[in-house]
Ligand binder design. Structure first.
Ligand SMILES: O=C(O)[C@H]1O[C@H](OP(=O)(O)OP(=O)(O)OC[C@H]2O[C@@H](n3ccc(=O)[nH]c3=O)[C@H](O)[C@@H]2O)[C@H](O)[C@@H](O)[C@@H]1O
Length: 413
């Protein structure tokens, strides 16, 4: 019968039947595969199971993205590195400049400026508080070199100028190892001055508003000799910097070294470490995380905050000018710490409570720079308002907080 029917059908008809059978077979195959390996019956699944499955999928995807990101970074490393733009200076104008502590917060911003101006820059850092990340964008550039070295030991290189910034500057950091802080500021400064003497370089030392201690005059001008407790917990830094200044003028008098002394007041900006411990970084971090904003003491003590780019301008003007006595570099815009806490809280739009903690021993109660000297001799004054500076700093901290959160999540998985 089948044979007869087959014989009776035309060729076209046979082809059509084959086609229909093939379609039916394909659909059956797809449905079977779907049931065997694909969709499970999610309707009857408990909700927690679905959530778990989503989290697992998310985890696998995150891991894959992380792997790809790492590969991209690796590939970028292998390719020719792109550097920020630098000026092309002629042989006469191009200086060889050493920056001790060049991987730190202030140092790295100064390095950026010196590199952009076309100079040849050598960073020396022991990476105690400095961070390679701050200078990594210059690594490999012809004008740039980094030496992992502790300036407590002598250094022999050829340079025209030395910016001597190496020292921890945040109170919790410099108090962590007070003997080391004293060594860095005394032996380290002797070694930098020794180098300056050998090669005939001009040296600028980063001193501090802390040489005025807990000041009895307000605002502080450079002719004020200060009010420092020589045996208190801050003495390692305050007295260390006072010795550094004394050493500079001793070398200037006896060895004809050209010295510059910058008394730097509270400075803030991007690249401060999230856990630096100073008031600006603490308050911003706490506000971003909606953690309690911690005021030490009454909050009536005052500080005046300068943005990092203003400081860098001031350092360059001082180094390259003719004035050789100490100069205050700071922004005279003064706030009480309590005022500052509310200001940051509102600026960030945070719901952090503001809490009072025990005050710090020997904490200076008033601080504000008199910048008449800087204006007169360097034609310098700060340009960046607190609002502008905070915007850039908060943006930076926001990214840092996000990154460390991502990192924590990856580590936990
Ligand atoms: O930022 C700087 O450039 C200066 O920082 C420090 O001097 P200090 O003024 O004591 O710096 P902070 O630790 O930022 O403290 C400022 C004030 O805020 C208070 N503070 C700090 C941190 C905090 O969480 N809460 C808080 O109330 C401190 O008690 C202090 O009264 C250094 O000692 C100086 O050398 C440096 O120039």
């Amino acid at each position: 019968m089948v044979k007869r029917l087959y014989g009776w059908m035309s060729f076209r008809m046979r082809l059509k039947i084959c086609y229909v059978m093939l379609c039916v077979f394909s659909v059956t195959l797809i449905i079977t595969t779907y049931h065997l390996f694909g969709a499970e019956d999610t309707q009857n699944e408990p909700k927690s199971h679905i959530v778990k499955k989503n989290t697992e999928t998310q985890y696998i995807m995150d891991k894959k993205i992380q792997e790809l990101e790492n590969r991209i970074i690796q590939l970028e490393r292998n390719g020719p590195k792109k550097f920020p733009n630098v000026k092309n200076l002629n042989y006469k104008d191009k200086k060889r400049i050493l920056v001790s502590g060049g991987a730190g917060f202030v140092g790295s911003h100064l390095v950026d400026r010196l590199m952009s101006d076309g100079h040849s820059v050598t960073v020396v850092d022991n990476f105690f508080t400095g961070n390679k990340k701050n200078i990594e964008h210059w690594i490999g550039h012809n004008n740039f070199e980094v030496i992992n070295h502790d300036i407590v030991n002598p250094l022999f290189i050829e340079v025209d100028q030395i910016y001597h910034l190496a020292s921890p500057a945040s109170p919790p950091h410099y108090m962590l190892n007070p003997v080391k802080t004293i060594k860095t500021n005394t032996l380290g400064t002797i070694n930098m001055l020794g180098l300056a003497k050998r090669v005939g370089a001009r040296l600028l030392v980063a001193s501090t508003s802390e040489v005025y201690g807990d000041p009895e005059i307000h605002p502080q001008s450079e002719d004020y000799w200060g009010h420092v407790n020589p045996i208190g917990p801050r003495a390692c830094y305050d007295e260390g910097k006072r010795v550094a200044e004394a050493l500079c003028y001793a070398y200037a008098r006896k060895e004809n070294i050209e010295v510059r002394v910058a008394r730097i007041f509270n400075t803030y900006g991007p690249r401060m470490h999230i856990h630096d411990g100073r008031v600006v970084s603490n308050f911003i971090f706490q506000a971003l995380e909606n953690l309690p904003i911690t005021i030490y003491g009454t909050g009536k003590q005052t500080r005046a905050f300068q943005y990092i780019s203003d400081l860098v301008e001031g350092l360059l003007a001082l180094m390259n000018g003719n004035y050789s006595f100490p100069v205050n570099l700071g922004n005279p815009d003064e706030y009480s710490i309590e005022e500052f806490a509310y200001l940051i809280k509102n600026f960030v739009g945070s719901s952090s409570p503001i809490v009072f903690k025990e005050g710090l021993e020997d904490d200076p109660q008033k601080r504000k720079p008199d910048i008449t000297r800087a204006k007169t001799y360097l034609n310098w004054s700060p340009k960046i308002t607190l609002e502008e500076g905070l915007q850039k700093t908060v943006d930076y901290f926001r990214k840092e907080v996000e990154m460390s959160r991502k990192q924590e999540n990856t580590n936990m998985k």
